[in-house]
Write a protein that binds this ligand. Structure first.
Ligand code: ADP
Ligand code: MG
Length: 730
């Protein structure tokens, strides 16, 4: 039985006395319970021996493995902590290429052969597990005789306890690999890229400060999402199955008035946010900011930034928490990049920077002019890296759902460009022109930099149309989709900037060997990068047609669809880069590429089948019913001897309805033929491309006719929850 639109509307109307009773907000200060469900430093000190504690800390900071004995001690402490917290089960928590997280729970409890009942958890179980991985995407990395996948502990991200109702589970963050150690997940490449950029950045940092021995990257994400009422959600099969509305006439009022952005948060949503934030804080996720976004029913949540690996884990956890907490409030979270046509989609801006063990943000222009040469080095190297590898960055955010944002009349375009603001543009332009601007060397440029105003202030009125913007002390990568695992774009950022820093170091050393002073050598390489990468810098309106033309002239890539964008992963230059950096092996890269293609195909398959069923089972029956009423009306009037002109309107509507019924039906036939043709290709790459060019456009054709029917058909006959209801009723 389908859930009717009117049943859902009844439910939501009768829910107006929304019961907030079950929302438990602790009355203590956040600082008192922050991280209480995390096996953090405080818990480790309490549950580990001083020796084990020191060893774990050491292993975390150096990335070295713990011995079997050491792991046993940690496992024992972790188990005691978790059980005191009420956990009964544990799981290796990992991030397969499906995009969300996976877990398989095992109980601490065991029976020994002689019948004793024990709670057990040792070093082996902590360090490695073998979940049945055969159902996770592997892109052919595992042949069937070796279908197993292994999870291995990542000590750099703390274990935590996840609460579901009364149940508590100890979750151990892990990587997910094949028997041969090839990555089947997002985390392993990320960790490798972190190691790579650190190795590249430290020697460069030492030009400026010999005390720097470690560099890590930092990530602060901003998560956008929509909320809809659960009853309305359940009455839309397309939302349930695909996460977005495949059909739906635009609501007369959408976001035109901009009255939602930063507006007051509705009470019911506020209760949800508070509840969600509490859950986040218990898990040590430092969320701080919440506000309404532009779309009606759209919101945003942002934390304080953290080391990238941890921030990625926290975002993955957050997405899980969002769903669970929403269910308590009879709401549903739409994480999809474009749940509604005609209103803004959702992204997940990734704010990225690099930080040293001496506590310095490498993208923060310093107060002391001397330090600004360091700032310029990292700033310009990042721009140069993005210039050289824009296609890879684009590929890292490619997905079927993000295609509805990038380049589709919306923030941000599929063309990658870098926005840096007026002040820094002037600085880089002056560096480029060199002596014409009275800049002949380092001293002049530092003088110039010391005179520039506060950049963060300069950037407050920043360009929102740019996909990659410098915002005062970090780069903000705005192409990332709201459903995505941030690890993919972060892995690319780390790898391309790492490679650029290696090149930078070599070039500077080369010039030094040729007799240049270190400062002059650095300045020369910076200047070279500024000139080379100029084409990627753009300060204007990224949505305009003029920019599209201008970008093409500059030779910048513009790949609005995923299958084309993904090609960059497996190009010769990418392969060279990944092999050199050790972030992916060739086999891993081919497999990841294949999985991305497959994900794309599957998403489009599900969508095209869903839209067809909606048309055949919901839309056509409703339209035919109204068509019959109109036809009978016309017939009756005619028989009553009425003049043709008296039922002109009815006839006109009838003609429209008949035409669009034919239109949707033809669309369905066409899409099935297109699916069949696409599926007949042997390789995932060809299939994906056929879905993009042959199947996807037909969905738009079907939608046009279906939305016209929604416009024409009697509201009391229309079976699908309408946009105005989804967006404005709560
Ligand atoms: P916006 O105007 O885009 O919302 P905010 O100033 O609120 O910008 O900051 C957005 C995000 O940037 C936050 O998640 C914050 O933690 C993050 N951020 C700030 N500094 C850094 C940094 N050095 N590295 C990474 N992320 C950072
Ligand atoms: Mg932002």
């Amino acid at each position: 039985m389908s859930i009717s639109r009117f049943g859902a509307l009844d439910t939501i109307i009768n829910r107006s006395n929304y019961d907030l009773e079950y929302v438990e907000i602790p009355d203590s200060k956040i600082s008192e319970f922050f991280g209480c469900n995390v096996f953090n430093d405080k818990a480790m000190q309490k549950y580990l021996t001083p020796k084990a504690y020191t060893e774990v800390k050491e292993a975390i900071s150096t990335g070295q493995k713990l011995s079997r004995e050491q792991a046993d001690v940690v496992a024992d402490g972790m188990k005691r902590w978790a059980m005191e917290m009420g956990a009964t089960h544990y799981t290796h928590w990992f991030q397969p290429l499906t995009g969300r997280t996976a877990e398989k729970h095992d109980s601490f409890f065991t029976l020994t052969p002689d019948g004793q009942v024990l709670e057990e958890f040792d070093g082996d179980t902590l360090v490695q597990q073998e979940p049945d991985g055969s159902s996770f995407p592997g892109g052919g990395l595992r042949s069937t005789f070796e279908a197993r996948g292994y999870t291995a502990w990542d000590p750099s991200s703390a274990a935590f306890i996840f609460e579901v109702g009364e149940g508590r589970t100890l979750c151990i963050p892990t990587i997910f690999v094949t028997y041969g150690g090839e990555s089947l997940d997002y985390k392993l490449p990320l960790l490798k890229s972190q190691a790579y950029i650190e190795e590249a950045a430290v020697p460069v940092c030492q030009y400026f400060d010999p005390a720097v021995t470690h560099v890590k990257t930092t990530l602060g994400w901003e998560q956008e999402y929509f909320l809809v009422d659960e009853a309305l959600f359940n009455a839309r099969p397309d939302l349930v199955l695909t996460g977005r509305t495949l059909l739906g006439k635009h609501s007369p009022k959408g976001q035109q008035l901009d009255d939602h952005y930063f507006g007051s948060i509705p009470e019911r949503v506020f209760a949800y946010m508070r509840d969600l934030e509490t859950e986040c804080h218990k898990l040590g996720i430092p969320v701080r900011t919440r506000h309404n976004e532009v779309g009606p029913g759209q919101y945003e949540l942002a934390p304080m930034f953290e080391e990238t690996n941890l921030a990625v884990d926290h975002n993955q956890l957050l997405m899980d928490l969002m769903d669970r907490v929403a269910a308590r409030h009879k709401l549903r979270v739409l994480l999809h990049e474009k749940p509604f046509a005609g209103v803004n989609g959702s992204g997940k801006h990734n704010n990225w920077s690099m930080a040293t063990n001496t506590g310095k943000n490498l993208l923060s222009p310093g107060k002391k002019p001397g330090m600004n040469l360091r700032f310029l080095t990292f700033f310009v190297a990042t721009i140069q890296a993005v210039y050289k590898h824009a296609d890879l960055l684009r590929a890292s955010v490619a997905s079927a759902s993000n295609d509805h944002r990038l380049g589709a009349n919306e923030a941000p375009p599929a063309i990658i460009s870098v926005f840096i603001g007026d002040t820094l543009t002037k600085v880089l332009d002056d560096i480029e022109k060199g002596e014409d601007q009275g800049i002949s060397g380092v001293k002049d440029i530092l003088d110039l930099l010391s005179k520039i105003p506060n950049l963060e202030l300069d950037n407050t009125d920043r360009n929102r149309t740019s996909p990659f913007a410098f915002t005062g002390n970090k780069f903000e990568i705005r192409m990332v989709g709201s459903t995505m695992n941030c690890a993919a774009p972060m892995t690319i950022m780390n790898t391309i900037v790492g490679k650029q820093l290696k090149d930078f170091y070599e070039e500077v050393e080369g010039l030094k060997n040729g007799g240049k002073s270190q400062e002059d050598a650095i300045f020369e390489v910076i200047r070279k990068y500024v000139i080379e990468s100029k084409a990627i810098r753009f300060e204007g309106d990224g949505y305009s047609d003029e920019w599209r033309d201008e970008a093409a002239k500059r030779g910048l890539g513009n790949t609005p669809n995923t299958p084309d964008a993904l090609d960059a992963y497996v190009s010769k230059s990418s392969k060279d880069l990944f092999l050199e950096s050790g972030v992916f092996t060739e086999k891993e890269l081919d497999a990841h590429y294949e999985v991305m293609c497959e994900n794309y195909i599957l998403k489009l398959q599900i969508e095209s089948r869903t839209i067809s069923e909606l048309v055949l089972n919901h839309i056509i029956p409703a339209a035919v019913k109204y068509q019959t009423i109109l036809a009978e009306n016309v017939k009756t009037l005619k028989e009553a001897g009425m003049d043709e002109s008296s039922f002109e309107a009815q006839k006109e509507i009838l003609t429209g309805i008949s035409m669009h019924i034919n239109g949707v039906k033809k669309g369905v036939d066409k899409i099935y033929a297109a699916i069949e043709a696409a599926d007949s290709h042997e390789h995932a790459e060809k299939q994906a491309k056929a879905y993009a060019t042959e199947v996807k456009p037909v969905m738009d054709e079907i939608r046009d006719h279906a939305d016209q029917l929604e416009y024409l058909v009697d509201d009391t006959e229309w079976p699908l929850v309408k946009y105005r209801e989804l967006m404005f009723m709560r």
